[in-house]
Write a protein that binds this ligand. Structure first.
Ligand SMILES: [Zn+2]
Length: 437
């Protein structure tokens, strides 16, 4: 089976490169992946998958950090102008750009989900000869959007996996679910798919990322550690403006409330059960030297090594922000702009990854684990599967990189595409046919 999968995936290499470059050239940032998602939905449909998108796979109330309605409209128009299928785009109104393809095999078996993220970064791609996407004509034509994290590769790999598994329809058992997630950047998209229940029936889920701290093609980390649970918050303080010389006592000072909040947020106690973080990254306030500031915005984030520790920091943050507002008698509105869970892969599934990787002979170097060193919202889907008694693992597939992630000169080694597709298809096939205890 492995051999067959690898042969099929290798045959799809040119198609993967072509698709990856097409997604790269038409990069779309979080919640605006209309063209990318429409392509994904179209290909999955052609391959015989049952395809759900938009409202069917996203819970509107759990979508965080959405662009404005005007921006969504503008990006929708751009996607259509760049050849997106209008029928699919219509389903994705309001930024609901998630897609799930399901294939049921004849024989009974478990449900295995694979998750791929699709969004680009807010970055202006390098326009210099040394940058291959520019030199070879597939640099982003969408100014300000750039695939600087490899999610273009993830999407292309996901579609190849879909094709490989569809070709093996008669030989597999159970159900495979391919989850194409929007808005991973800023950790905004997974929660809405999780909240809609897309993994509620899932026994095993695999997440995957290329690169990160595996900078050699041919390396594989069978597990990923270092996921921090996080919540991204905007706090908007509203006071009352007043003349700072003539009538300061009639004002209510939003700047002081925000500043008090910022200082005390950084004084949240550490937690005995593990690492935590808090950061106020932005404080904007006031309009003029002689005006009591009536408006202030804080952008902050909390993190924890587990979801529980992040929830502790988050609850403290909410309390402090509200108390600071009360102290200065101003109003405050808090909005969650993003979030991810803390998560650990299940050892039994990591062991299975190692077994499959070793047997496949795909990789020159197998590492027990890579460190993600931050947050990734695939953890929401993984945590949900684990809460229901299922198993989750997240693998890191090495690739040489032209520059680090989120750098405007970022580029992958396309030799990673067939490796990643082979691995993910082998993992799906193996766990469908040989359920992990
Ligand atoms: Zn990424």
């Amino acid at each position: 089976m492995d051999r067959k999968i690898i042969e099929l995936a290798n045959k799809l290499k040119d198609k993967m490169v072509e698709r990856r470059r097409d997604f790269h050239r038409h990069a779309e940032v979080a919640w605006t992946e209309f063209r990318t998602a429409a392509k994904v939905a179209g290909v999955l449909t052609e391959l015989g998958y049952e395809v759900k998108a938009g409202d069917e796979v996203m819970a509107a109330e759990a979508m965080m950090g959405l662009p404005s309605a005007a921006e969504l409209e503008r990006q929708t128009e751009r996607a259509l102008a760049q050849g997106a299928d209008p029928a699919w785009v219509a389903k994705m109104k309001g930024g609901k750009t998630g897609v799930v393809g399901t294939l049921r095999f004849a024989k009974p078996g478990p449900t295995v989900a694979l998750r791929f993220d699709m969004d680009a970064n807010d970055a202006v791609e390098a326009e210099e000869e040394g940058h291959r996407p520019f030199r070879e004509g597939f640099a982003s034509i969408n100014k300000g959007a750039m695939h600087a994290c490899g999610h273009d590769a993830h999407t292309a790999v996901g579609l190849a996996v879909a094709e490989v598994l569809a070709a093996l329809k008669g030989e597999l058992a159970g159900t495979v679910k391919l989850i194409f997630q929007p808005a991973e950047e800023g950790v905004r998209g997974a929660k809405a798919m999780m909240a809609k229940g897309v993994v509620d029936d899932t026994d095993v889920i695999f997440g995957m990322h290329v690169g990160i701290n595996l900078r050699k093609t041919g390396q594989l980390a069978c597990n990923t550690v270092g996921f921090l649970a996080t919540t991204k918050l905007d706090a908007v303080f509203t006071g009352v403006p007043a003349h700072a010389g003539a009538a300061p006592e009639t004002g209510k000072n939003a700047l002081l409330a925000a500043a008090t909040a910022a200082l005390n947020l950084h004084a949240i106690s550490r937690h005995s059960q593990g690492a935590s973080r808090v950061n106020v990254g932005v404080l904007q306030a006031g309009t003029g030297r002689n005006v009591i500031p009536a408006n202030a915005v804080l952008k902050l984030e909390t993190r924890g090594v587990t979801s529980a520790i992040n929830e502790y920091v988050y609850a403290e943050a909410v309390r402090i922000v509200a108390a600071a507002a009360a102290m200065y008698d101003v109003k405050v509105a808090l909005t969650e702009m993003g979030g991810a869970a803390g998560c650990e892969s299940d050892p039994a599934l990591v062991e299975r990854v190692r077994e499959v990787a070793e047997r496949s002979g795909l990789f020159a170097e197998l590492l027990p684990a890579g460190n993600i060193g931050g947050s990734e919202d695939c953890t929401y889907l993984m945590e949900r599967v684990q809460q229901h008694g299922g198993l989750a693992a997240y693998v890191m597939v090495g690739t040489a990189l032209a520059a680090g992630h989120h750098d405007f000169r970022f580029d992958i080694d396309e030799a990673v595409l067939p490796l990643a597709a082979s691995l993910m298809a082998c993992l799906a096939a193996d766990t469908l046919l040989r359920p992990v205890k």
